[in-house]
Design a protein around this ligand. Structure first.
Ligand SMILES: [Zn+2]
Length: 541
């Protein structure tokens, strides 16, 4: 995503010296950065309305080996990628969405198959109920939980954002377990917590993580159960295949990760949409009755832009930026494998990325809005850096955000040429130097979100981070740099990376020794040559 702080930083960067000259104006924050008047006030989450327990949903049995229909969600050249995900995270979901008495309500049930890919024996399976986090501000309730057909007591913690299901029999490496969860999710009309990611406004429901999501089991540290800070992105997940049947009022337009296979009337003035995905680490649901749509192809990828009434002119520009971004990043980073990518206008503050979909703030849908351009290019770049090459966004935000912010230069270079790209990069450099000039700390990149305070998060992750990749490009030469980036993408597509994976890909592709520069910018991490750390420590003595 691009945070509100980044939004301020972006404005600074775009306005360059003009804004810097205004740095002495009253209201300068403790950090010394000029404080711009906020234009958007977050609405605190309302007390969630209790809804009656829904009627039980009987899910059909799922033949997990049958995966042919998922190939429709891939570009033909990547249809075979589905096969590697037969035994990865699998979701079969049936749900409905209605707007009732000022509340958007999703009622649903999911059959999930989880396979233990670790070397450990597992005593439990853990899901995340993200809407219960204050950062999302909704409410998710579990009505029924079953493991391999037997009812289990749901164990809730971390403000009900963690759901632990104890297993009657330990799950050995390579074994699978099948879970059924029945749930509801609600969002109050007008609700718009934190970044405006999750909520219900102006006849639009924006529902990231609207279903119980499998958490991640990491060998050595166990199931991920952290409570994310309100800053930054909250989700850490692994790729899997989604099959979803969503029923909505027939006038609704549905925007969901993946590809629509079919739709059919469900009676009572409702329609059911049948979606499948390729390997994706989340599924976003946005829906409402008033979306318009523009469509264009980039090679064999369908690009859809969904916009609100009156914003068609902005939508045409968003479509152009998205098409340019897809074309440029396909060439520079490696091919996007999914058949479709969508952009949806929502009430979020800036822009946020989800697999197969990005949402862009409604306030900026106008021709010539440079913030909209940068945000759209940024969120599209996240399809590669987060969507496809995933990471723990809470503990290692630099892995997706810094590389994505660097990708803004790649976009500018591809569309406008070197001069404009240099201007964007120099804008970041000026902003970062200004930040440093205030005495603010030059922190390393590889820190968790909550290690940064005040403006540090935006300045380190979104400004210093892209400058690190620009520095690598400078050192290695552009050709080698992009060879390394493509190797990194190819190796880790659909998977989860850590800092060592970036270093290894860049060293393997170029033959260069890069431990020292990684240590200097990124910090100390497993996989870094210890002699480099020792040498630096001796220098410091
Ligand atoms: Zn971002």
């Amino acid at each position: 995503m691009t945070s509100k702080r980044v939004w301020i930083a972006l404005l600074l960067a775009l306005a360059g010296l003009m804004v810097l000259a205004a740095c002495g104006e009253p209201g300068a924050a403790a950090s010394g950065l000029p404080t711009l008047a906020p234009t958007i006030t977050p609405i605190p989450p309302a007390t969630p309305t209790d809804i009656p327990a829904p009627d039980p949903i009987q899910l059909p049995e799922v033949d997990w080996d049958e995966v042919e229909h998922f190939r429709a969600a891939m570009r033909p050249a990547f249809a075979g990628d589905i096969d590697a995900f037969v035994n990865r995270n699998r979701y079969y979901i049936e749900a409905s969405l209605v707007f009732e008495n000022g509340v958007a309500i999703v009622r649903g049930a999911e059959r999930v198959r989880y396979t233990n890919h670790s070397a450990d024996t597992l005593a439990e399976v853990v899901f995340r109920l993200y809407p219960n986090l204050p950062a999302l501000g909704g409410r998710m309730v579990i009505y029924r939980a079953e493991v391999d057909g037997a009812p289990v007591e749901p164990g809730l913690s971390e403000r009900e954002s963690v759901l632990v299901l104890k297993l009657a029999d330990p799950l050995e490496p390579g074994e699978s377990v099948e879970v059924v969860l029945e749930f509801s999710v609600t969002a109050e009309r007008g609700m718009n917590a934190s970044y405006g990611a999750f909520g219900f406004q102006q006849n639009v429901f924006s529902g990231p993580e609207w279903y119980p999501m499998l958490s991640v089991y990491d060998e050595g540290s166990g199931w991920w159960m952290d409570r994310p800070t309100p800053d930054g992105d909250a989700v850490y997940s692994e790729s899997g295949l989604y099959e979803i049947f969503l029923t909505v009022p027939e006038d609704f337009v549905v925007v969901m990760s993946g590809t629509e296979l079919e739709s059919f009337p469900a009676g009572d003035g409702e329609m059911t949409y049948h979606y499948v995905s390729g390997p994706m680490r989340d599924s976003l649901l946005v829906a409402g009755p008033e979306f318009g749509r523009l469509t264009e192809m980039v090679d064999d990828i369908t690009v859809n832009v969904y916009y609100w009434p009156g914003d068609e002119v902005g939508a045409e520009e968003v479509l152009q930026i998205t098409v340019d971004s897809m074309r440029i990043f396909n060439e520079q980073f490696g091919p996007y494998p999914h058949a479709e990518v969508d952009v949806a206008e929502t009430f979020n503050f800036t822009g946020i990325e989800y697999p197969g979909i990005v949402i862009i703030a409604d306030g900026n849908w106008e021709r010539g809005n440079q913030f909209m351009e940068v945000t759209t290019a940024h969120e599209i770049a996240h399809q590669w850096w987060y969507g496809l090459v995933g990471n723990n966004q809470v503990s290692q935000p630099w892995l997706d955000e810094s590389l994505t912010s660097y990708s803004e230069y790649v976009y500018a270079r591809g569309v406008y040429g070197e001069k404009r790209a240099d201007e964007w990069e120099n804008g970041h450099r000026d902003t970062y130097n200004y930040y440093r000039g205030t005495g603010a700390p030059d922190l390393k990149l590889d820190l968790p979100v909550n290690a940064y305070v005040d403006n540090n998060y935006a300045m380190i992750i979104y400004r210093k981070g892209p400058l690190f990749f620009a520095e690598l490009e400078q050192i290695l030469g552009r050709e080698q740099f992009f060879e390394a980036l493509r190797l990194y993408y190819e190796r880790h597509r659909y998977e989860v990376v850590r800092s060592r994976d970036v270093l290894e890909a860049f060293e393997d592709a170029t033959g260069a020794e890069l431990d020292a520069i990684f240590y200097l910018w990124v910090g100390e991490f497993p996989g870094l040559d210890p002699s480099v750390i020792e040498a630096q420590a001796q220098q410091a003595d």
